[in-house]
Design a protein. Structure first.
Length: 476
């Protein structure tokens, strides 16, 4: 995406839904407002790049309304399955939809918050976000964007000067409020709420809104075909997202139905982790004792969520067969997208479905046997055989031998580099990859927590941007 400047175009389309989908709320008033992150690149894409520091603070720490946008923040209503148990007592409990804008691709994007105060869905919570949680979301989303994964964008992060009590962090914990820019906060759980309340009228209204806002190519469809077309599009986008996570070595951690949206975009990051090495059973959340959301089980979890969406839509169709057919697109779509995602990670072109499948199988077999560091491996072999010399100079070069590696290498040599000129970028010439395994973010957080030293955070963001530019073929 080029760094062009877009005009500010407000479009609070959510108001078309009317009552029953959200509640007006008031933002919290914070004792302090210390800017820790500002996404100037994406601000330019939505016409907010010329905001002064005072204007930025007014809108993204105090949440004064943007011109022509929502006059009052909206806490969105939804339910969801959490670890496969249905929970009707959730919704936006510490965040709200603040504004909707058009970007330079004419997409309808949300500006939504996390840690902005209590809402009717806060239950016993304080409606706040820890600073560590805010830092983690910024890091994860920036990295996934750099790797080409569909994701919301961290837009602003302010430290807010409150002391929070948390059972999973040393207390008192520092507080923050995060604003993210995302392509819809309508979740699968949004449909589930209205199915639970036995309101086919609201399910239909929600479907029509989603088609108008996110799938306008379906506007001409009617009846059962309209619902099935929507489901198939969500299924395909979700399959693509899941494949991108797998190639990125990303473990979401809590793939509940309220954490997946209708546009197939990552958002609302919690206990995520990136693989240090290939481990199918790797989990991100310490409380995922059964491994329900382990790395290799993510495709099954997303497909299960798509089944819940299909069940919701069944309330507004006469014949469920088209829904079943749309749902069953997932397995093949996921396989196709997985091949494409891993080819992209390797920086090589397709050699046909059969050859691509053999490459992926040999790749995972080698990674399983060798336990090579995940990120180092993809860095060393980016652009395939064009990186043979680079890989030979890697600290992990000793791993690149043996029967499993030879089988992988034989398949890799069948694939041409996507763009060998990318290897000229300083990122590939410097000799080491940008990583974000647990030890990386723990170390930079320790500096912040101990000495209020943000240098590690800033260095990680700069390194992530360097990787993004290299993988996108952008040269300085």
């Amino acid at each position: 995406m080029s760094d062009i400047v877009s005009d500010y175009r407000p479009d609070p389309r959510i108001l078309e839904l009317g009552e029953g989908f959200h509640d007006e709320v008031k933002p919290a008033v914070f004792p302090e407002e210390r800017l820790r992150f500002r996404n100037d690149r994406w601000a330019r894409h939505v016409g907010l790049g010329d905001q002064t520091d005072d204007e930025w603070r007014a809108h993204f720490a105090r949440f004064e309304p943007l011109e022509g946008n929502l006059g009052q923040p909206l806490a969105l209503r939804y339910h969801g399955h959490q670890f496969r148990h249905y929970n009707p007592d959730i919704g936006d409990g510490r965040g709200f939809l603040y504004a909707q804008v058009r970007d330079d691709r004419d997409r309808l994007l949300d500006l939504a918050t996390k840690g902005s105060g209590q809402t009717p869905y806060s239950r016993s919570g304080d409606g706040r976000l820890t600073l560590q949680g805010g830092v983690r979301e910024v890091l994860a989303a920036q990295r996934l964007e750099a790797l080409g994964v569909e994701t919301s964008k961290p837009f602003a992060l302010y430290e807010t000067g409150e002391e929070l009590v948390r059972h999973d962090e040393p207390s008192p914990a520092r507080s923050a409020v995060l604003t993210r820019l995302g392509w819809s906060h309508i979740r699968i759980g949004t449909f589930q709420r209205h199915a639970f309340e036995e309101s086919p009228e609201r399910i239909q209204a929600l479907l029509d809104h989603c088609i108008s806002a996110y799938y306008p190519e379906l506007e001409g469809r009617k009846g059962d075909d309209r619902a099935a077309g929507f489901l198939e599009n969500v299924v395909r986008r979700s399959a693509r997202l899941t494949a991108q996570w797998m190639a990125a070595g990303f473990v979401h951690g809590v793939l509940n139905t309220d954490n997946l949206n209708v546009t197939g975009e990552s958002f609302d990051y919690g206990p995520w982790r990136f693989l240090p090495y290939y481990e199918p059973g790797f989990t991100a959340a310490y409380f995922d004792e059964s491994g329900l959301y382990a790395y290799a089980r993510q495709p099954d979890s997303v497909f299960w969520t798509m089944q819940q969406l299909a069940a919701c839509l069944s309330a507004i169709v006469e014949d469920t067969k088209p829904l079943v057919e749309a749902l069953n697109v997932f397995p093949d779509a996921y396989q196709d997208e997985t091949r494409a995602a891993f080819l992209k990670r390797l920086g090589v072109l397709s050699a046909g479905a059969e050859a691509d499948t053999k490459l992926l199988q040999s790749l995972l077999a080698f990674l399983r046997e060798s336990q090579a560091p995940w990120e180092r491996f993809f860095y060393d072999w980016y652009c395939g055989k064009e990186s043979e010399r680079r890989a030979a100079e890697s600290p992990e070069a000793a791993r690149y031998q043996g029967e499993a590696f030879d089988a992988f290498r034989a398949q890799l040599d069948n694939h041409a580099a996507e763009d060998r000129d990318r290897l000229k970028h300083i990122y590939f010439k410097r000799g080491h990859p940008c990583t974000l395994v647990y030890e990386d973010h723990a170390a930079l957080w320790a500096k912040i927590a101990g000495d209020d030293d943000w240098s590690g955070f800033e260095e990680m963001l700069a390194d992530t941007e360097l990787m993004r530019r290299a993988l996108a073929g952008e040269h300085d």
